[in-house]
Write a protein that binds this ligand. Structure first.
Ligand code: ADP
Ligand code: MG
Length: 299
């Protein structure tokens, strides 16, 4: 490739917020058939906030939120920040946590004031032998409430204490302002869009519907994202991957073009050939246009 036209492309990219570290990523960008895209922090702001606290009889919102915050204070997950902010807003001082453990793609556990606390998905509870449906107690069906919250695009975070589900937090993460236009431009350019997320299928579907994305894989555990990229490649597709998280790093590295959000984790940025300033997804279409220009100059 002619280094000069690539340098010009890299310079133009930088001026429009597309930081190109790997010149080959720029060369390959025009050939991309499929964009695999992470949901949380990539399509969405990644700044979730608690929008509802649901409790079972015999407990109250502050207890549910306070116990959740106590465990989450050690977690680096965006959901953890939302829980802590909500607790702080209510003036709650979370207790210390012992025996903290993070379960990838599921949630967190720990001991708070001598109580065993679980905070996370229904699978996290199920793996511990817990059922979020309290048997008949005054009729609060947490599982049904969770499904309602998911249908509106929120993530349901269950809170269990000493083998009993005591409530749930609904956490909502708004779609980035630029996401719908960015996806529209890519689709108009013939790029197929596939959303991958560790989040629940109902939440994932609600967000995807809002963005006109047909292909969704939800409940994805960290190793799976890289596998999906490789499967698409084996089927002959040129694949771009956009993501921000630690769990996106293998997929970003495996993709023909990895696009990290500048707002994301360091390991995502290190694994990607291109970084989008301010996590602005319009940069993906910009990178494609630059790629076409650069390659036209070279040919
Ligand atoms: P993604 O960033 O792709 O949505 P993750 O693998 O980070 O996925 O998380 C998957 C799901 O696991 C989250 O949607 C959430 O329900 C649950 N989870 C993960 N970490 C936490 C946490 N610290 N607190 C509560 N829930 C969590
Ligand atoms: Mg993410």
């Amino acid at each position: 490739a002619t280094p000069i036209s690539i340098m010009v492309g890299v310079g133009r990219g930088a001026r429009s917020g597309v930081l190109i570290k790997d010149a080959e990523a720029l060369e390959r960008m025009e050939k991309v058939d499929v964009l695999v895209v992470d949901k949380t922090g990539t399509l969405t702001e990644g700044r979730p906030s608690v929008t509802a606290v649901v409790t079972v009889p015999g407990t109250d919102e502050d207890r549910v939120l306070g116990l959740a915050a106590a465990v989450e204070q050690v977690s680096e997950h965006p959901l953890a920040r939302a829980v802590l902010a909500a607790a702080r807003d209510r003036g709650l001082e979370p207790s210390a946590v012992d025996d903290f453990d993070a379960v990838a793609g599921r949630g967190v556990t720990g001991t708070v004031d001598g109580h065993r606390v679980l905070v996370g998905t229904s699978e996290l509870l199920a793996d511990a032998g817990l059922d979020p449906r309290p048997d008949g107690t005054a009729g609060v069906d947490l599982a049904a409430r969770a499904e309602q919250e998911r249908a509106s695009g929120a993530t349901a975070v269950f809170v269990a204490v000493d083998d009993r589900a005591i409530g749930l937090l609904a956490v909502a993460d708004p779609v980035k302002a630029g996401t719908p236009d960015a996806l529209r431009d890519l689709r108009a350019d013939g790029v197929r869009v596939v959303m991958l997320t560790g989040d629940n299928p109902t939440t994932a579907r609600a967000v995807a519907d809002r963005l006109g994305i047909d292909e969704v894989e939800a409940g994805v555990l960290p190793d799976r994202k890289g596998e999906v990229v490789q499967q698409l490649q084996s089927a002959g597709q040129v694949v771009a991957m956009a993501g921000d998280g630690v769990n996106d790093a293998p997929a970003l590295a495996a993709a023909d073009v990895g696009l990290a959000m500048s707002t994301g984790t360091d390991v995502a940025i290190e694994s990607a050939g291109i970084t989008l300033l301010h996590g602005d997804l319009a940069g993906i279409a910009t990178a494609r246009r630059l790629s076409t220009r650069v390659m036209r100059n070279i040919r």
